[in-house]
Design a protein. Structure first.
Length: 233
């Protein structure tokens, strides 16, 4: 099992449903019923508030955002406020790790490698403090990271802006950093990015970064292993 990294492509999934699925998979991974698995998906518009979030990061007030059709969810991951929406690739690795910082750095390296294959030169900013966790193109942020670890098993993960609407980032203080601008693969390349192609690049990069053999699996296969009720989408 340890040689494989299961990759499950889910399409567009409501954030709360995806969170519930993560928790079921975490329990199964803790029990040894699953190998490490990565969920790749998109979310309908939602702001998520990590453990270090400050109310000032949602400057308009939650009701205003709800009025724009954007959900607001408080979660147990590290980090601050961020946005998820269609066209953004979200990855949730449910993995056993020994060092959470090393896990974050590995995710960053995988994202940088996948972006390089798209012709986008990106970097981590590991020496500038926790608020700079993520992946950057110049001074603009292209990917956000935030994880939670229980009994050595990770939930939450990363979000890469591929071909998403960046306007909702302008309505918050993204990741708690005043004045930070977000970017995307589409914006950097000056032409629309192929979401499906990038998702494949990201899956391969994750497997390589973890020195694993990628295995594509269906949601039905994953849920059969954990004995869970199928996810409603």
């Amino acid at each position: 099992m340890s040689e494989e990294l299961w990759v499950c492509n889910l399409g567009v999934v409501d954030y709360r449903d995806a969170l519930a699925l993560q928790l079921r998979l975490r329990d199964a991974r803790e029990a040894g019923a699953l190998p490490d698995v990565v969920l790749l998906l998109e979310h309908p518009p939602v702001y998520t508030k990590g453990r270090r979030s400050d109310p000032r990061e949602l400057a308009m007030g939650e009701q205003w955002y709800l009025g724009q059709g954007i959900d607001v969810v408080e979660v147990d991951r590290g980090g601050r406020v961020t946005y998820h929406g269609p066209g953004q690739l979200v990855g949730y690795p449910i993995m056993r790790v020994g060092d959470v910082v090393a896990h974050l750095r590995t995710l960053e390296r995988a994202i940088v490698a996948a972006l390089a294959e798209e012709g986008v030169e990106a970097r981590g900013r590991t020496g500038e403090g926790a608020d700079y966790t993520g992946v950057w193109v110049g001074e603009s942020k292209i990917a956000s990271l935030g994880v939670h670890v229980r009994k050595g098993i990770t939930t939450h993960g990363f979000a890469v802006n591929v071909d998403d609407d960046l306007q909702p980032f302008e309505w918050i203080v993204p990741c708690g950093l005043e004045g930070v601008r977000m970017t995307s693969v589409t914006k950097e390349r000056g032409e629309r990015a192929d979401f499906g192609c990038f998702r494949k690049r990201m899956a391969h990069a994750l497997a390589r970064a973890h020195d694993r053999r990628q295995r594509l699996v269906s949601l039905r296969r994953v849920e059969r292993e954990v004995g869970a009720v199928p996810l409603t989408r």
